[in-house]
Design a protein around this ligand. Structure first.
Ligand code: AQP
Length: 333
């Protein structure tokens, strides 16, 4: 059945393997499925929930768009744009913030993680981030949202907001509660330095992640230095329990090869990590090196990237503006 897809990535630099395997790879597969309507957004309004340098932000917006295209998104098949060019996102977000409840937001684990110990100093925007995300999705009546596992809770909140809006205003099915599309296996790629922490753009150590712009040498070096444990690779999944770093690396390899983890364990069971790591580096280079060179090529043509984003924003604006008008009518404006 055809799906209406919406998803986004923050232009906060250092796009990494977790963003690719957890989200962008899925974006491309959904675009290539027949009949889906896909909208992919560089969510720059989300990015400013943490302080950004204006010059870097501008570059990162282009770089995120370049990564989308280099990974296989086609601006003639999917709508690609950046959020701040479509005012309906901010307007819809305000209205939905009057529907969402404080208690719901208080449960969001991502806020707790990103705000850290000093919550008093976190921006209000960081706190209400999931409300903006709900507006992003529901302005387009998206039925499905491809995301990494870390975004599951935000999608549940989005569904709660849709249901409350529809109940409060007695408009059955007006806001569409979206379904998350999360990969079944290895939907959360972990840090190369700590198998219990997710791979993240903001990790201070560059060795913790594979960036999509990394050179081949850098990939080899990072995988060589990736944390493992003293035991050889097991032959079955049960023996991966309590071995988070081993599980992560084996998961990455399986994901890159689009194969079940059992197949990988059969291939490497009993072998030591150095041999496995050589194979993993090869797979990573095969996948990432063409993306990296395409990103760099596209970044040399910023006018082209800006034009794609602007054209996409015009298309997105047409859809989102209409939905906001309907919302305003429903609430009595
Ligand atoms: N480690 C990950 N594994 C799987 N999926 C991931 N995603 C992010 N990290 C992983 C998915 O990538 C999409 C875009 O993420 P984002 O940039 O909008 O926000 P994020 O989740 O905050 O990404 P980071 O890298 O973790 O950034 P920082 O360090 O700023 O917090 C989302 O679908 C996300 O699930």
């Amino acid at each position: 059945m055809a799906k209406k897809i919406f998803s986004g990535v923050q232009p906060t630099g250092n796009l990494h393997l977790g963003n690719y395997l957890g989200a962008i790879k899925n974006f491309v597969e959904l675009q290539n499925e027949k009949d889906n309507d896909c909208i992919y957004c560089v969510v720059d309004l989300h990015a400013i929930t943490l302080k950004q340098d204006p010059k870097e932000l501008k570059n990162n917006i282009r770089e995120t768009a370049a990564t989308f295209i280099a990974s296989g998104l086609n601006p003639n098949e999917s709508i690609l744009f950046n959020q701040s060019l479509v005012p309906a996102h901010s307007e819809g977000s305000w209205i939905l913030s009057c529907i969402g409840r404080m208690g719901w937001l208080n449960r969001m684990t991502q806020f707790k993680e990103k705000a850290g110990k000093d919550k008093e100093k976190a921006s209000v925007g960081l706190y209400i981030y999931p409300i903006l995300m709900a507006a992003d999705i529901m302005l387009y009546d998206a039925t499905h949202v491809p995301v990494g596992d870390d975004q599951k809770q935000h999608l549940e909140l989005c569904r709660d907001i849709a249901q409350k809006f529809n109940n409060d205003y007695k408009v059955n099915d007006f806001l569409v509660p979206p379904e998350p599309l999360i990969q079944k296996q290895f939907s959360r790629i972990m840090s190369l330095k700590d198998g219990l922490k997710k791979m993240s753009k903001s990790d201070a150590s560059d060795l913790s992640r594979i960036n999509l712009k990394d050179s081949n040498d850098s990939i080899i070096n990072k995988i060589k230095k990736a944390k493992t444990d003293a035991n050889p690779i097991p032959s079955n999944i049960e023996e991966l329990e309590n071995r988070p770093e081993a599980e992560n690396l084996i998961g990455i390899y399986s994901n890159l090869k689009n194969q079940n983890i059992d197949v990988t364990l059969k291939e490497f069971g009993g072998k030591n990590f150095s041999e496995f790591k050589n194979n993993l580096s090869e797979q990573l280079i095969d996948k990432i090196s063409p993306i990296a060179s395409e990103i760099n090529k596209l970044l040399n043509n910023s006018d082209y990237l800006d034009k794609i984003l602007l054209t996409g924003a015009e298309k997105a604006n047409e859809i989102a503006e209409k939905k906001v008008k309907e919302i305003k009518k429903i609430i009595g404006f």
